[in-house]
Ligand binder design. Sequence first.
Ligand code: FE2
Length: 397
Amino acid sequence: MSYTYFMPTRIAWGVGALDGIGAAARGLGLGRVLVVTDPAIAAQPFFAAALDSLREAGVAVALFEECGIDARLSHIDAQAARCRSEGVAGVVCIGGGSVMCTGKGVAIVAANGTSLREHLGAGNFERPALPMIMVPTTAGSGSEVSQYTIVKDEERHLKLLAGGPLSFPAVAILDPCVLASLPRGAAVMSAVDALTHAIEAYFTDLATPLTDALALEAASLQAGSMRASILDGDAEARARNLMASAMSNIACGNARLSHAHALSLPLEGHLDLAHPFGVGTLVPWTMAFNAEAAPEKGRRLAGALGADIRGLTDAEAVAAGQDALFRLYDDLGFPRHLGPDQLPAERVGEMARLAVPGLYAPRTPEHVDASTPIAAPAVRTMTVADAVGIYERCFGR
Ligand SMILES: [Fe+2]
């Protein structure tokens, strides 16, 4: 096999990086931008300062401040139409994953058509998205360095993926000042999601030494700094969290995501489970499942997650890695398991069948049975029957 690695986003990292947002927009030649955010971020002093920086640089600003928990198809299509009618040249996203996914969807549709529905899947559009500047306010989804957007279709209760090499953000600004106002619950959820991106990328069959280096260091950096960043508000730890979440997403942007995200998708679409609860409770088990096909990697990852693996067999090391992950969850108040209200026992089989198309090929095969594989670029094939077992473990059974 041959592999490619691509990541064209310029990253500005560190205290004060956000001050440069006006210059960054000017540097991209943007005279008018759509700034996308949510109501909570819109009220923050750093948001006002970012708008001042843009205006002082001579960049006109149109605002969309109504993002919610998920990026919504209806928001994207409406704002893309607005961009075309108002002559918007670029999109600035200041917010978490749903804000950045909304803005990325807008940037794709504004340049290519009338609805994101026409561009679902990987690489399904022809013209470059409008230039994007991303300021993640969580650490995080990693959407600031990702070509993909994950969007909720409210009418059909589906989570959908779109994006391609033409929808990488131009600039990502990682400034730890934005994390100071982030509520603890949201900080935990986004950091756990980021950690799953590193773990997932490490166990795909598209992983390379380049993505492994990013994934392993990101897992170590994230797991090692989450307590100090989130529980103690340590500024240096916050900066490391932001870098780790970006690194995780650069890794999975090239090596892709795997079983935890594939199995979480139907829970999010059909049961309205928040993404981090799905992937966070699934990943200890999908990690162990895949480590059986890559024991040396399982061992190294366990060490990166903070487990003491000296003298342990590979299987014991993976179990120690799971344990390190669970202890991290406990300290941060993140659940080890899903409850029956989040994943009803009688719907487990249905969820496993719905997970078959995976993240990257949104089509269900005509016939699905217990032996049908879940579509995922993983080191080990997972069948529908295996997926049922993984969901059961999420219950703690
Ligand atoms: Fe994720």
